[in-house]
Ligand binder design. Structure first.
Ligand SMILES: [Zn+2]
Length: 311
């Protein structure tokens, strides 16, 4: 979905939430982004439609790398390069084609810091493509960067991880015999970094860091984006599963002082006939009066407690 359409749908969603129609406007009492946020962040846990759309876009990225042999992926690569245009060909993201818009949206998330570059990473299996020294496959940088002294001594610099591994462990092939304490200590450190790594019979697999099982999840990705882009309210939303949703939402608004109380409306500049309590007419209609001190309200509370067997 085009990002502009997603934003328009979000606006329609907001109007519907506040009860507005095409012909009648309604007051927006709480910013829509705050409404969308998680309950522990003071929202109603609705989730952003824009984030949902971005998660769907990122699913395309995941599928390009995860399933490289699908026909549509191979077709894309003929036009946009080996990585489908996601890495190394920024020009592809400038065009106006639908795929260029996908690239632009995905790149924008990384530039804005919403997603890290290694959110999608390759898990090495029986790797026959990953270059041992120059690809980033263990840690956050290539081994040649981390261990330049050892990489310089390597006799077969282009060897893959699979070629380097045997059932007995790592096969080191140095140009000359190692001498010197620093080189040997680097090798010890390299062995420690490689740790318990074992080549498996399975092929390499692309993993999505935002999901526990490494498989791409639209829901997990959407929550991740929402947590970064949506605001955090001052109060955590209280939610009781035993009462209707509209009651929960009413209490949520009450705790945030976002109800159409007469005094509040007057403070917002609306012209109203009176700010006295609409129920008893004895005092100003404030939040505390209406729910705690109004004599009619107190009678209602008392009746409710009697009904509940507490009095
Ligand atoms: Zn009253």
């Amino acid at each position: 979905m085009h990002i502009g359409i997603a934003k328009k749908l979000e606006a329609i969603h907001s109007k519907f939430f506040w009860g507005a129609t095409s012909s009648e406007k309604k007051m927006v009492w709480i910013k829509w982004d705050q409404v969308l946020a998680k309950r522990e962040r003071g929202g109603l846990d609705i989730g952003s439609l824009v984030s949902f759309n971005l998660a769907l876009i990122l699913n395309w990225k995941y599928r390009v790398f995860r399933y490289p042999n699908l026909l549509w992926v191979r077709l894309l690569k003929t036009g946009y390069g080996a990585n489908g245009g996601f890495y190394g060909r920024s020009r592809a993201a400038i065009g106006t084609s639908p795929w260029s818009r996908v690239l632009a949206a995905a790149n924008k998330l990384e530039v804005a810091g919403v997603l890290m570059k290694d959110t999608l990473y390759k898990q090495v299996g029986n790797d026959r493509d990953t270059i041992f020294w120059d690809d980033c496959w263990v840690g956050d940088c290539p081994l040649a960067v981390r261990f330049p002294r050892l990489a310089a001594l390597e006799a077969h610099r282009d060897c893959t991880v699979a070629e380097k591994w045997s059932d007995q462990g790592w096969c080191w092939t140095w140009q000359r015999r190692m001498v010197g304490g620093r080189t040997l200590s680097s090798l010890d450190e390299l062995n420690r970094v490689l740790g318990d790594f074992r080549c498996s019979e399975e092929g390499d697999v692309w993993r999505w860091k935002l999901s526990d099982n490494g498989e791409f999840s639209v829901a997990d990705t959407r929550r991740w984006i929402d947590d970064i882009v949506l605001p955090t309210g001052a109060k955590c939303t209280r939610w009781c599963a035993y009462v209707p949703r509209k009651v929960n939402i009413f209490i949520w608004r009450m705790r945030l002082h976002r109800l159409p109380i007469r005094v509040t409306l007057s403070e917002k500049g609306m012209e109203i006939n009176s700010i006295l309590c609409a129920v008893c007419g004895m005092s100003s209609e404030t939040m505390s009066h209406l729910f705690c001190h109004c004599e009619v309200t107190l009678q209602v509370w008392a009746a409710m407690f009697r009904h509940g067997g507490r009095v």
